[in-house]
Design a protein around this ligand. Sequence first.
Ligand code: HEM
Length: 516
Amino acid sequence: MATAVAAVISALAFFLLAAAWSILSSYYLTPRRIRLAMEKQGVRGPKPRFLVGNLPDIAALITKSTSADMPAIDHNIVGRLLPHYQLWSKLYGKRFVFWYGSEPRLCLTDTELIKEFLSSKYVQISGKSWLQLQGSKHFIGQGLLMANGNKWLHQRHVVAPAFMGEKLKNHMGYMVECTKKTISALSAAVAVAGGNKEVEIGEYLTRLTGDIISRTEFDSSYEKGKQIFHFLTRLQSLTAQSSRHLWIPAGRFFPSKFRREIKSLKKQVEKLLMEIIDSRRDSKEIGRSSSYGKGLLGMLLAETYKKEAFSYTLELVMDECKTFFFAGHETSALLLTWTVMLLATNPEWQEKARSEVQQICGYQPPTADQLPKLTLLQMIINESLRLYPPATLLPRMAFEDMKLGDLNIPKGLSIWIPVLAIHHDEEIWGRDAHSFNPDRFAARSFAMTRHFLPFASGPRNCVGQAYAMMEAKVILAMLLTSFSFTISENYRHAPVNVLTLKPKHGVLVYLKPLRN
Ligand code: HEM
């Protein structure tokens, strides 16, 4: 008996010691090693507090800068959304280290170094950090956005073809069909109001991009896909709220009032996904269908049957479906919403874009061959992505020591790329950096430069970039030939950064039908 008790006590002591060592190493020794390594190279930053780092400073600065709406429609939004970047870059230079809890982050704005860091040379030894993985565990899990190393490489290789070439062109039919429905809904709303109606356009565009991605993923099971996405939207918001304390030691074990709802939503989503998956398998097995479906889900299901070293499990298929919904729907809706706001406040550009669309497409929805000819529209979209990039930041962690230009980056340091600040930098874009001037993209090559990062760059850039551009052009072209839009006097300009860059109160515009 005494030996058994002694064994339990020593196991417990061992466990406690291991836990204490892990906490000491993660929350003190490693951060200290990284801080000293960076200080040696002259890279400094605000003084961190024990455990919380600079989080209280960041929270206080953002709370202050976003406490009120902006007094006018001003595109100079860096100080509002990244006040900590603005303050610390003035004090310590454009390279500085700050602390997200006990995670050190190197702010990097040198676009030459960023290009190198995002290149294929470093793609396998950098990626998503533990904090990011934990935060999205119950939401998008191990899908492409959160995968690292070889797993990422394999997953990317499997899904990328669904968003290229002929497959991409096949999605265009869905885009046109869904946009027609949205235009009918908007026309009906306007008709009720007697021809000039104020609408919050963001709501319509979010539903529209949700419908389109649902078709792209699930083709014939689209209605069920929409149900899934309804649950996922709630799941996304709950997981974001419940992961706020992850930076605290053992924070993931804290009781969360959302835990039960998260579990139940996750179950509901997975049940619906399994129903679609089972019906696809049945159809294929009884010979009613020759494949598992044309959409992304069909492609992924086919992968589960491959006998290769890496094959998709059903869990990973589900994570991938959730990832593509998350990554491919809100970002696109935001691009469209901000573009409508910019066109509604710049009527001369709205008219120019409309003339171009009418000249090239008449009053018909654009065809795939016509899209590259919509060059003014492309310039407008680029300028919108520059001023209001839906993804304002790119965080990546170094998994190994690496040499980046003149910098030695120690393993465990997160690189924080403030895309919004780079897009508004007067040294890069000139003195009108905060103005809406699509002409700056007239020289096509500017969009290709290392200074323009709305979709990141390198091999781990946005896999849906061509899809997003095609979708934006189709929807904007169809909206422009259906309505003219002016900004409502009730619109309040209040960009906020909650994972993505959003208009806090939506975008209120008056729509006027151009045809009966
Ligand atoms: C205007 C719309 C969009 C913007 C601004 C955008 C932006 C981005 C950015 C900045 C990244 C890199 C994120 C990071 O590594 O931290 C990314 C990755 C990704 N995007 Fe997009 N995206 C858009 C639309 C889409 C669409 C339509 C899809 C899918 C159909 C999509 C799917 C993805 C996926 C799966 C990744 C992860 C890629 C990887 O890690 O290999 N995105 N996107």
